[in-house]
Design a binder for this molecule. Structure first.
Ligand code: MG
Length: 350
């Protein structure tokens, strides 16, 4: 089928968006020869030893339980740099403001960005402001870009990996998994998407589901200092399901996931059941999926569990060469292929 127009699904983080990027964006913008190029479709790129990431935020509404577009914009870019194993150095910020946005709201967003930057220990050092006519933005759109660099924690982590296997990669990449590696999820999945959905639609889920949006760079440094981490991703749009499929595809390994081990809040699970949504396809903004060599998995997990962000962490699965896909071992003992989501069950959550 020839697609003639952009649809909401093209921005949903699933198979349709991946197709758009591969068939159109890479066709014209690939070819840099960078150390980690656009074609790697990793969380960020690397060129001349510098990690670079750009991320636009279109969440609607701009204020939601547990966060706002400002916190999201800072944390989103910080996390994409951090999951490469890099230390964020500085961010840029491009505002597209809609005519009519209340000054008090704009100030609230800026204050939130400042607080999140302080939490992540990073500054916004350049930016741009544009205003468009009142329309579809829902208040504003924020783009943040950021740069990061290697640090001692990454070197220590790689040295630890090398005690157990030969390892040529310089960064924590999606393609680094090998057979027998453990997959850790740092906490409950689905919270962010459901929190935004509840404010989009005015749903009352009986309890307040709040977004997990948070910068994870300090947590990640702590984990890199334990060592043995070879791949990492933040399971944003497309959720855990899309993240696992990306890791599997790029690393050319199958992943067996134990459904019972995947942490999901009880109220999130209930809301998903009510709405017919799979919590594994719902985006997160304060979680990380970590591929660890088996020798270090328990230690990384224990370190996560000592932290507030990681107290619900679990080893949810393991990589295998027995098959190529992501396979979910269900709670009742069956097995099914966990395909990447086609679109997004909840639009405009980030
Ligand atoms: Mg990412």
């Amino acid at each position: 089928m020839v697609v003639k127009q952009i649809t909401m699904a093209h921005g949903a983080g699933g198979a349709i968006m991946n197709d758009l990027i591969k068939k159109y964006v890479l066709k014209y913008l690939g070819g840099s020869g960078a150390e980690v190029p656009l074609e790697a479709l990793d969380d960020a790129a690397v060129i001349s030893g510098i990690v670079l990431k750009s991320d636009s935020h279109v969440v609607k509404p701009i204020f939601f339980p547990g966060g706002d577009i400002g916190r999201l914009a800072v944390a989103g870019t910080v996390n994409d740099i951090a999951v490469m194993g890099a230390e964020p150095i500085a961010l840029s910020c491009g505002f597209v403001l809609e005519e009519g946005l209340l000054m008090a709201e704009f100030e609230k967003i800026l204050k939130s960005m400042n607080e999140t930057c302080r939490e992540a220990d990073v500054y916004i050092i350049t930016g741009d402001t544009k205003v468009v006519e009142k329309g579809a933005l829902g208040g504003c759109v924020i783009n943040t870009s950021g740069i990061g660099k290697r640090n001692e924690a990454l070197e220590r982590n790689i040295a630890e990996v090398k005690k157990h296997r030969s390892f040529d990669a310089q960064w924590i990449l999606d393609a680094n998994l090998r057979e027998g590696d453990k997959i850790i999820v740092s906490g409950t999945v689905g919270d962010h998407g459901l929190a935004v959905l509840s404010s989009q639609e005015g749903y009352d889920f009986g309890s307040q589901i709040t977004s997990d949006v948070a910068p994870l760079n300090k947590l990640i440094v702590r984990l890199l200092n334990v060592g043995g981490i070879i791949a990492m991703k933040d399971p944003t749009r497309g959720g855990l399901s899309n993240t696992l499929n990306e890791l599997s595809e790029k690393s050319k390994v199958g992943i067996m996931v134990n459904e019972e081990k995947i942490p999901v809040r009880r109220d999130v699970r209930a809301a998903c059941e009510m709405l017919g949504i799979d919590p594994l396809e719902v985006g997160n903004e304060g979680k990380v999926v970590i591929g660890v060599i088996p020798q270090k998995a328990e230690e990384v997990l224990a370190t996560l569990k000592e932290t507030d962000e990681g107290k619900n962490a679990q080893i949810v699965g393991e990589t295998t060469k027995e098959f190529d896909e992501v396979v979910l071992k269900t709670a009742v003992g069956g097995k099914r292929i966990l395909a990447p989501p086609i679109g997004d069950p909840i639009p405009r959550i980030c």
